[in-house]
Design a protein around this ligand. Structure first.
Ligand SMILES: [Mg+2]
Length: 457
């Protein structure tokens, strides 16, 4: 089987290559792309592009896929944006089917079939649930944890979502609270119940073996109390720990690290809850809370899962060539764009590893091959289509969080850039620079059509 590097070399020999010379398609792009370009393999002549446009692409058998963030790109809340309607029409064939493999990647947390139905209705499209990737969706790849008794933190449909991800034995914070009524004394109503003796403990409640944080809960104070109790007792809070500093930590998975999100105003996101949990854990134990896995944008695992999804959809469409390029449309430079640029770097690092004799084929990754923190490593046993994409292009639109001309890396009073990202994702301001800024997603589709020599239907 040909390796990833072999494929790149073969295509260059055929007169095609597709790395960063496209970054200079116009002067604005040149500025925007400077940092992104220099972070890739551009200095290696074997990867250097020889022409800007891949003219071999035909409409019936494209070798690229398109990924869309939803809110701010395709819609605002529950209302689809007009440019998105026109963009989707442009992507349809004469039968109303999409001509290019497409998937939707959102950091929201909901049931995929609900979102698929909503997107389908917006654009008069057939959208299957597996085309929608929510923040928790890549947790499907964490198969080693699926048989654990797992506490799922979130709000509506959290047990359905946990089961859909493959977790076979889930419970909620209400189950924990009911089993251990003496723990939640931040709830004064519960205090009164306990004071009246109107409670019954259940010491046989199974040990919580893993914690899956899929979204911010209601009643943060009670959730924080009980989560800390579980973390300090290895999931079995029947006895107080003798030394909180020496307790091994049970696995914790966090989905969606967004500190805030934009609606009518700046709203707390799931990341705000994580900051509280991390701060309490550190204050009490002196140790950093360790995440077994972080999923959701901007983490690499979400984009790797998105590539897998695009390949699956391409096969379903009858496309019989490897997918080489992904275009990712997002409205949030710090989430969508950083993530797409991180993934572009990840796949190029994997290619470099292969060139240096690493056995990895890029479909699986380890800390050694990718250099990622353990919380961002893609499991080696993940059941994924081969990784064939060579470039992930970040496409920033101006219809959501980002407004053209605004400073993307604002500084605080001390002169340092204010960083809202997660602790396990190093702050690299240049990663907020997109491959291409477009006014809206329709303009972005025009750009792709021109770049890929794809004709309008
Ligand atoms: Mg968005």
């Amino acid at each position: 089987m040909r390796t990833f590097i072999d494929r790149i070399m073969h295509e260059e020999a055929d007169g095609y290559s597709s790395d960063n010379s496209d970054c200079s398609m116009d002067s604005m792009d040149s500025v925007l792309n400077a940092c992104v370009c220099t972070s890739s393999l551009g200095t290696n002549s074997r990867y250097r592009k020889t022409q800007a446009v891949s003219a071999h692409v035909v409409a019936s058998n494209p070798d690229f896929g398109i990924l869309f963030d939803v809110d701010g790109v395709l819609a605002r809340g529950s209302t689809p944006l007009e440019p998105a309607k026109r963009a989707m029409e442009k992507l349809k064939d004469s039968n109303g089917h999409l001509r290019v493999p497409v998937a939707f990647v959102t950091n929201a947390c909901n049931r995929s079939h609900d979102k698929a139905r909503q997107i389908g209705n917006w654009f008069d499209l057939e959208v299957s649930p597996d085309q929608v990737i929510h923040a928790p969706t890549p947790a499907k790849l964490l198969r080693d944890l699926h048989d654990k008794h797992t506490l799922v933190i979130g709000q509506e449909h959290r047990l359905d979502i946990g089961a859909d991800l493959g977790f076979e034995n889930c419970c909620t914070i209400d189950d924990v609270k009911e089993a251990y009524p003496l723990l939640d004394m931040v709830d004064h109503e519960n205090r009164k119940v306990v004071a009246r003796g109107q409670y019954k403990e259940n010491p046989d409640f199974p040990r919580v073996e893993a914690i899956l944080l899929i979204g911010e809960p209601t009643h943060w104070e009670s959730n924080l109390q009980l989560l800390i109790d579980l973390l300090l007792t290895q999931g079995k809070p029947t006895e107080a720990p003798t030394d909180v500093h020496a307790v091994p930590q049970i696995p914790v998975i966090a989905c969606n690290m967004d500190l805030v999100f934009m609606a009518e105003a700046c709203m707390f996101g799931h990341g705000a809850f994580l900051v509280c949990l991390e701060a309490l854990y550190k204050k009490i134990t002196g140790k950093d809370l360790e995440y077994t896995s972080l999923v959701g944008k901007p983490c690499e695992i979400t984009y790797r899962f998105a590539e897998h999804t695009i390949v699956k959809i391409a096969k379903r469409m009858g496309i019989n060539k490897p997918i080489k390029r992904l275009y990712f449309f997002g409205d949030n430079p710090h989430v969508d764009i950083v993530g797409a640029n991180l993934y572009d770097r990840y796949i190029k690092q994997n290619a470099l590893n292969l060139a240096n004799g690493n056995e990895s084929d890029g479909s699986t990754s380890s800390t050694d091959s990718s250099g990622l923190p353990s919380s961002r490593v893609i499991p080696a046993n993940a059941d994924l289509h081969d990784q064939t994409v060579e470039h992930c292009y970040s496409m920033l639109v101006g219809t959501g969080v980002y407004k053209a001309g605004t400073e993307m890396n604002k500084k605080g009073p001390d002169g340092k850039v204010i960083y809202h990202g997660h602790r396990d994702i190093a702050h690299e301001p240049h990663l907020t620079q997109p491959h291409k800024f477009v006014h809206d997603v329709h303009d972005g589709i025009d750009y792709i059509f021109e770049r890929e020599a794809l004709l309008s239907a």
